[in-house]
Write a protein that binds this ligand. Structure first.
Ligand code: ADP
Ligand code: MG
Length: 389
């Protein structure tokens, strides 16, 4: 993917730059920013623009899923946090459509999703809003990788009206993912777990490039069910499995794919359930597989030991509950201690890695679950396409 980057901007002096950031941060009970990691990722881009003479940086982002302009989803607290992080004034503006912008160096627009046109299904409506946003600035910078799979006004419409460039974070994240998928160091071992059956498409695409694919999570029980195994009361995301039947069969048939040979099963979805480890073909009716068993852990750790590139998407088991967290811990630690290039993607996977304290030991913990998965599926992300050379 050949993105226009900040290095391609000839002259930033005196330019007003509209930056679409990913400040969709978790908030605490008082509405304060609970985790500013996503915000800190955008600081180098903001500083770069200011250091190179931009006259104004206009930040736009969405917060949560507002239905009715809920006050707790206003951008104010985020603006305060950013001001603290940058050590500069950040002016939050509400009615920029009517009043335009104040003359501050850094301004922040209200939650873009307060305007229904941001997410409208009607491209003309999105573009009209995008044009209005574009009129505030001379240049557009996309710095919200995790939202790049979405065709929203602030992501894809604004750069139709003013020249668009990828921010430093987007550039880095896309480069790392592209290298891992299209030109990886082999062996490439992918670990795919979690809950959602849409990851089957990613596995399918990886069959072409990966040397081994280790399947875990509820996704594994899904595939075993396709194979005709008894999976008891295990969770298996059936949504869309019918149209994915051919893909599932192809995955099962590939000798690159490993499925668990044993599971931790429980008679209830709770920490106090009765628990035992059984072979994959012996899940009892009424019981559910909630983690991989010890033999599978060993097998997967050994497959990871020779890897030069590792992709990890989706937790290995229900890591949120102590009795089913061991698989995620063991596999996470194996990946963290490996010399391989390691890329972790997905919201829950990222929080598992954080919980285990392994964040700094991974090459990249992708901020975007849906977006990075879509790249691995080999699809074009609309908001990145808008920034292509
Ligand atoms: P990500 O957000 O990393 O893309 P998913 O959303 O697909 O991952 O799946 C994460 C969830 O999958 C976690 O909440 C975890 O508890 C759940 N999970 C993992 N293994 C199992 C399992 N065997 N049965 C039920 N849920 C599982
Ligand atoms: Mg998730």
């Amino acid at each position: 993917m050949n993105l226009r980057t900040l290095a391609d901007i000839e002259d930033l002096k005196g330019k007003r730059v509209f930056v679409r950031v990913d400040f969709n941060v978790p908030l605490d009970d008082e509405g304060n920013v609970a985790d500013d990691k996503r915000m800190r990722l955008a600081l180098p881009t903001i500083r770069h623009l200011l250091d190179h003479g931009a006259s104004q940086v206009i930040l736009a982002f969405h917060l949560g899923r507002p239905k009715n302009n809920e006050p707790h989803l206003k951008a104010n607290k985020v603006a305060m946090k950013l001001s603290e992080l940058l050590g500069m004034d950040v002016v939050k503006v509400d009615d920029w459509g009517k009043n335009g912008l104040p003359e501050a160096k850094i301004v922040m627009l209200e939650n873009t999703r307060f305007n229904p046109a941001e997410k409208s299904k009607d491209v003309a409506e999105r573009d009209a809003f995008g044009k209005q946003m574009a009129s505030l600035a001379d240049l557009y910078v996309g710095e919200a990788f995790s939202n790049s799979h979405r065709d929203h006004a602030s992501m894809t419409s604004v750069p139709k009206f003013i020249p668009g460039y990828a921010g430093l974070g987007v550039e880095q994240e896309v480069a790392a993912l592209t290298k891992a998928i299209s030109d990886p160091e082999h062996p490439l071992v992918a670990v795919i777990g979690g809950l959602k059956a849409d990851k089957l498409k990613a596995i399918h695409n990886l069959l072409g490039v990966a040397d081994q694919i280790l399947v875990a999570g509820a996704l594994a029980t899904n595939l075993l069910k396709t194979k005709g195994y008894e999976i008891g009361a295990s969770k298996a995301d059936d949504e869309g499995m019918e149209e994915r039947a051919d893909i599932a069969k192809e995955i099962i048939a590939s000798d690159k794919v490993q499925l668990p040979t044993d599971f931790v099963i429980a008679d209830d979805f709770s920490e106090s359930a009765n628990v035992k480890i059984v072979p994959a073909d012996s899940i009892e009716p009424g019981w559910m597989a909630l983690d991989i068993g010890s033999k599978t852990r060993e097998k997967y750790v050994s497959a990871l030991s020779s890897a030069k590139t590792i992709l990890w998407f989706g937790p290995i088991g229900v890591f949120e509950m102590v009795p089913f967290a061991e698989g995620t811990k063991v596999i996470g630690e194996a990946i963290a201690s490996s010399d391989a290039v390691s890329i972790v993607g997905g919201g829950d996977s990222a929080s598992a890695v954080k919980k285990l304290g392994l964040e700094d030991k991974m090459t990249l913990v992708s901020t975007g679950g849906g977006a990075s998965l879509m790249m691995i599926e080999g699809k074009k992300l609309p908001a990145l396409a808008a920034l292509e050379k």
